[in-house]
Write a protein that binds this ligand. Structure first.
Ligand SMILES: [Zn+2]
Length: 308
């Protein structure tokens, strides 16, 4: 993957909200557990509890440091990621902003074909350690997530280190996959799929939660198919200079690494399908690939099939 250093980034699509200091005096960890499409619950890419089992989560210690809530400011991405800064694409936030721009440029085109009006862009908030959201307080231990209540994506970019070290998904193209998965939840929110799924089963191999997550993986695949076509803010420059098959296979590897069965095994437990919320490694890989091969979100109908 090569990013286009001439691309003009749309900085309105992400914020650096800085470091949250946790708790509001509650004392507990205050982690809202991702619960499928449940009302008010966050929708993550992995299971929070499991991350904690795998080694205490990351950034969790920060929760004990201060008992004042609130957020200590991050940088202004307008400046950091502007073309005036020649080193901007070395900054993980600007690289991820570029991914977000590409994902939303894709949906701006693809969404109307789903027959439910136009795509509404949303922002990604980069945070460190803890963050206040419309879904409540969250910390990095939950992994990246989408909050339906405020319709925003949240990510502590330190998650990518976890993905590489703990889950073994080292490739950089894992990063836009993770974001495209979360934006898949935003698309589901706009379509009303989240709300519908929230009324179904929240765990189990054929649960509404698993269908929602596999569909988000498939949506990520359909973005990946078209990613190299996406243009920058000016509409003149492509955001990516190149994306290779090897890049795409890094996304597939990442999807595979975070299957429920793999995570359960890695955390030392037995594989228990009743507790599946995101789908198995094989399923996540396959649905991402289906989206990629078809390049069409209409092929991502995980709710209308028994062949999950
Ligand atoms: Zn998800």
């Amino acid at each position: 993957m090569e990013l286009n250093e001439r691309a003009e980034l749309d900085t309105s699509q992400a914020n650096d909200v800085g470091r949250g200091s946790g708790g509001g005096g509650g004392g507990g960890m205050g982690i809202p557990i991702p619960g499928g499409g449940g009302k008010g619950g966050i929708i993550g890419i992995v299971v929070a509890v499991i991350i904690a089992l795998l080694g205490g989560g990351f950034g969790l210690n920060a929760m004990n440091n201060g008992d004042e809530g609130g957020q200590a400011g991050g940088d202004d991405l307008d400046q950091v990621c502007s073309t005036a800064n020649p080193d901007r694409l070395q900054d993980a936030r600007c690289r991820n902003l570029l991914f977000v721009n590409s994902i939303q440029a894709y949906w701006k085109k693809a969404y109307p074909e789903l027959g439910k009006g136009n795509y509404e862009p949303t922002t990604t908030n980069f945070f460190q350690q803890a963050v206040n959201t419309g879904c409540g307080q969250a910390d990095s231990g939950v992994g990246p997530f989408y909050c339906p209540a405020d319709q925003k994506v949240y990510i502590d970019l330190g998650f990518y280190d976890e993905l590489a070290t703990r889950f073994g998904a080292k490739g950089e193209f894992a990063q836009p996959y993770v974001l495209a998965h979360e934006y898949g939840h935003h698309v589901q929110d706009l379509l009303g799929t989240n709300a519908k799924a929230g009324q179904g089963d929240q765990s189990g191999p054929k649960s509404a939660s698993v269908r929602l997550e596999l569909q988000a993986d498939c949506y990520a695949g359909s973005w990946a198919k078209h990613a190299s076509e996406s243009k920058d803010k000016s509409g003149q420059e492509p955001l990516f200079k190149s994306i290779t098959e090897a890049d795409v296979s890094q996304a597939v590897d990442a999807a595979e690494a975070i299957g429920d069965d793999s995570i359960q095994e890695r955390s030392g437990g037995q594989v228990n399908p009743d507790q599946f919320t995101h789908g198995t490694s094989e399923q996540r890989k396959r649905w991402f690939s289906r989206g990629y091969e078809g390049g069409d979100p209409k092929t991502c109908d995980t709710f209308g099939t028994d062949q999950l």
